[in-house]
Write a new protein. Structure first.
Length: 391
């Protein structure tokens, strides 16, 4: 006979949150709905995220979730970062992007790769008042990330960097840029090096801001480096290991893209359900028609399936277990279903769904980038297949 397990021995479902996680989730959800929602349309139309809201992100600890308390951060978990991105994205994916890049890419990279001196210098700023930006992509370096043309020339106590970065998130607001350049082109990708660049460094300039389809309040800019002088002590990791930093950081960032997408999809579903309860046709609400019910049910199934993939990848990461394939699956599937759910939410709304008077139109514009940035859907499939065939 099997023994009856004790309460502590019962496995916890992936979506079951402990008390700290529940409190954190409810706090971020309340903030997103009360403080961000009233400004979403205005920020989208202006293409600018309100500075006051970013200040509130810092005040709430949302920009330094995993940063240890000794550096002024919250000493939280990666999973809490995922919860924050999801909750913010359910109201405004642009808000989710800002918190995502800060925590799961930039802060995460410094925590793993920065020297003690670099941590002491920059982590307190990233937790308190400095937005960070991750700078990898270039005109000829997208999915082939290591085909970068930006060069770093060693001058002993400093490097001189020359080149242009494109499609850089948080660039307009950032004060610190984690930027990749090749310090030894003859060595190919093994010459790529990570640099910590402050906004005021000589030869560094934030260039054109992109006018985008979606995520309009989240800044995306080019960066221009014209013999930008970077002190040697601002090399993060060793010279030539930047490719490793980039790959490993993006693996975790993809889980957060999954969180963006499930938050967006959940927001779209919530709007569709609310509208189905109030819109009347033929003498009853459209939610009473089986066709609409089935659409909503399928949307809910997709969102929940994507959430399980994202939460599983995040839990694996916090447990120190391999998560490469799971992160790729989470990013691929969540971005796929989010696009489908956002589209179906517009259909549930009917004609008003494509007007800016209803929020689903914006979510539909915001969702498209999910299948492109931080690794396209095809790149995620290639990663998954490679892992499968290696078994």
């Amino acid at each position: 006979m099997l023994a009856t397990p004790t309460i502590d021995a019962v496995p916890r479902p992936l979506t079951a949150l402990n008390q700290d996680e529940k409190l954190f989730q409810s706090t971020v959800r309340k903030f997103a709905r009360e403080e961000i929602r009233p400004h979403v349309r205005e920020m989208d139309e202006a293409g600018v995220f309100r500075k006051g809201l970013i200040r509130q992100f810092f005040d709430m600890g949302l920009m330094g979730i995993e940063i240890p308390e000794e550096y002024g951060g919250q000493g939280g978990t990666f999973f809490q970062s995922i919860l924050a991105v999801e909750e913010l994205s359910a109201v405004d994916p642009s808000a989710g992007v800002i918190v995502d890049v800060q925590n799961t890419i930039c802060n995460n990279a410094l925590l793993r790769w920065a020297t003690l001196e670099q941590k002491k210098k920059y982590l307190p700023r990233l937790a308190a008042d400095t937005v960070a930006s991750y700078c990898l992509s270039e005109a000829g370096s997208g999915s082939d990330a290591f085909a970068m043309a930006t060069r770093a020339v060693d001058h002993g106590d400093h490097f001189l960097l020359t080149g242009r970065k494109l499609w850089i998130t948080n660039a307009a607001e950032a004060g610190l840029y984690l930027l990749f350049a090749n310090a030894n082109p003859e060595a190919g990708y093994k010459g790529i090096t990570a640099f910590l660049i402050e906004r005021g460094f000589p030869g560094f300039q934030v260039g054109k801001k992109e006018d985008k389809l979606g995520l309009r309040a989240s800044s995306t800019c080019e960066l221009v480096l014209d013999n930008c002088r970077v002190p040697r002590e601002n090399v993060m990791g060793e010279v030539g290991v930047g490719y490793k930093i980039a790959i490993e950081t993006l693996n975790e960032g993809r889980i957060a893209i999954g969180a963006q997408m499930i938050g967006l999809a959940r927001g779209a579903l919530d709007h569709a359900v609310a509208y189905a309860k109030e819109r009347k046709q033929f003498g009853k609400t459209i939610g009473e028609f089986q066709g609409v019910q089935f659409d909503l049910a399928r949307m809910a199934v997709d969102v929940e399936a994507a959430r399980l993939l994202v939460y599983n990848a995040a839990r694996l990461r916090d447990a120190g277990l391999p998560f490469l394939m799971e992160a790729a699956m989470a990013k691929y599937y969540s971005s796929t279903i989010a696009e489908e759910v956002a589209s179906k939410a517009i259909e549930v709304h009917g004609g008003v769904g494509i007007t800016k008077d209803y929020p689903v139109e914006k979510l539909y514009r915001d969702v498209k980038i999910g299948r492109i940035y931080e690794g396209t859907s095809n790149m995620q499939l290639a990663t998954i297949a490679k892992k499968l065939l290696a078994k």
